[in-house]
Design a protein around this ligand. Structure first.
Ligand SMILES: O=C(O)CCC(=O)C(=O)O
Length: 334
């Protein structure tokens, strides 16, 4: 481990992680088939997905499960979010982001100033989302039984201030991840209220998960782009799009190569969603040197060295290894 990684490890060891959350829930039984059909690449044999759901994920790279998270849980996540915005609690490692259009405005400790929380894995209340059994059941169909929660977000898409900065450019999440295989990674994204085209629902390009990781960079948008919102350099604008309009509690599970983004929020309300990227604990880290991911590594390293006062030897892998938390089974390689 590099000196910088050692320093990050030291910081993380000082975190007071609650034993309840470190205790991984038991592995549920997977149906074992002696000769799985060749056609299934993206989903593992399981007893949960209907044949239609399984085929749908295989072909499209996502599935929506209706009404998966209860109103009561969503209200608890909302309250936890509000406490963070009011600065009533301080969570180690949490990144509080503001939309570029409001970042320079006068500071108010209020949810209106916050466009996204990133890395809430040390907040016991929000992290409950990542360990919800009904979510893990679906995740396990893709990752297998050893499950790491790698990346957490609560997105509070603000009403667009007229510069279209509330859009999220089309991208593949794998661009941010230095671990593989991609097929054993999945994002769960839950609508915390009714989400429509009006308030900026997710937009996906079905089937793009079967392609490769594309080059990403900041789009050249006139009104500006939010920090770390890289977009795919080129994708087929003619590719069919699906707008995922969802009710409160509905959850979409999607592959990290699926090209997706979200539209402008044309309403006066803040559009909230909570999400977690999971990976099989049996995934392995890769060196992104010489790949299209070098630009994101550079940016993440700069942020980490500023935030944690570590030197340049820190790698993307170091940052991710400290972020990830086991939610089920055994922590093996990740
Ligand atoms: O919730 C959204 O608007 C898009 C989120 C997303 O795709 C991301 O943060 O990677």
């Amino acid at each position: 481990m590099s000196r910088a990684a050692n320093r990050l490890q030291l910081l993380i060891n000082h975190l007071d992680r609650s034993p309840a959350l470190l205790h991984a829930s038991p592995v549920s039984a997977l149906a074992v088939s002696s000769s799985p059909p060749q056609t299934f690449r993206y989903t593992l044999d399981n007893e949960l997905l209907t044949p239609e759901q399984r085929l749908f994920y295989e072909e499209n790279g996502f599935i929506v499960v209706k009404n998966l998270v209860s109103d009561a849980d969503i209200e608890r996540f909302r309250s936890a979010f509000e406490r963070i915005c009011k600065q009533e609690v301080k969570i180690p490692g949490l990144v509080v982001m503001r939309d570029v259009a409001i970042a320079k405005s006068e500071f108010v400790a209020d949810q209106k100033a916050v466009s996204k929380l990133q890395d809430f894995q040390e907040d016991p209340e929000l992290f409950r989302y990542c360990a919800l059994p009904q979510i893990l059941e679906y995740v396990e169909c893709i990752t297998g039984p050893n499950i790491m929660a790698m990346h957490t977000m609560l997105i509070n898409k603000p009403p667009d201030a007229g510069k279209k900065t509330s859009r999220h450019p089309m991208h593949q999440d794998l661009h941010y991840f230095p671990f593989r295989p991609a097929d054993r990674i999945v994002c769960a994204w839950t609508a915390m209220e009714a989400i429509s085209r009006q308030n900026g629902c997710l937009v996906v390009l079905p089937g793009t998960h079967t392609g490769t990781l594309k080059e990403h960079d900041y789009p050249t948008w006139e009104g500006g782009v939010n920090k770390m919102y890289h977009g795919v350099r080129d994708y087929d604008p003619q590719h069919p799009r699906v707008h995922l309009e969802m009710a409160k509690g509905d959850t979409v599970f999607f592959h990290p190569l699926l090209i997706h983004g979200s539209g402008m929020n044309r309403t006066q309300g803040f559009r909230k969603a909570i999400s977690c990227h999971y990976a099989s604990a049996d995934c392995f880290y890769i060196d992104v040197k010489g790949t299209t991911q070098e630009n994101i590594e550079k940016e993440v390293k700069e942020i980490a060295s500023r935030r944690y006062d570590v030197d340049d030897s820190i790698t993307l892998q170091d940052v991710w290894a400290l972020r990830g938390r086991l939610v089920q089974g055994e922590r093996t390689t990740l």
